[in-house]
Write a protein that binds this ligand. Structure first.
Ligand code: FE2
Ligand code: FE2
Length: 156
């Protein structure tokens, strides 16, 4: 697991870090689904639901409120935005969902680790008090409380 102790997350970024936790759980659930031979249709239905309830609003929050702190020319932001577009493409792929979901499981997790270990660490280092305060004022009421009914990951 982690070889170095993670930086203490700033209060303002904690709601987003909590959403990252749900993202990591999503990848874990997909892995369980694949291991248990759950049909691609069921996995895809769950991914579609997760995209609308978690991923889409989360990406929007980051792009509207977090990434501008470093600016779109910053190499970390260039990478993060590229990964967002790539992850969106994988969620939306209808041609070969099995392949896309399998890539998604890995790439979403890698993206979250990058944000937690590198990008957010940098953000909280350079953000002004005023910028952090603005983030704290955001309403973080996105889907995390909703339950998905088909809990395929519990069956094996
Ligand atoms: Fe992100
Ligand atoms: Fe994120």
């Amino acid at each position: 697991m982690d070889d170095k102790k993670p930086l203490k997350r700033h209060e303002a970024l904690k709601p987003l870090s909590r959403q990252h936790h749900f993202g990591l759980l999503f990848s874990w659930k997909l892995r369980k689904g694949f291991a248990g031979n759950i049909s691609v249709n069921r996995l895809k239905a769950y991914a579609d639901w997760f995209f609308v309830h978690e991923i889409e609003p989360h990406f929007k929050l980051e792009e509207d409120h977090i990434f501008p702190i470093l600016g779109v020319r910053d190499a970390l932001i260039v990478r993060a935005l590229k990964e967002h577009r790539r992850i969106e493409r994988l969620f939306h792929d209808q041609d070969n969902p099995k392949n896309s979901l399998s890539l998604l499981e890995e790439e979403l997790e890698a993206h979250i680790r990058f944000e937690e270990r590198v990008l957010f660490a940098e953000i909280q280092k350079v953000a002004t008090q005023q910028e952090l305060k603005k983030i704290e004022e955001i309403h973080f009421e996105i889907g995390s409380k909703e339950e998905y009914m088909d809990t395929f990951w519990e069956k094996n």
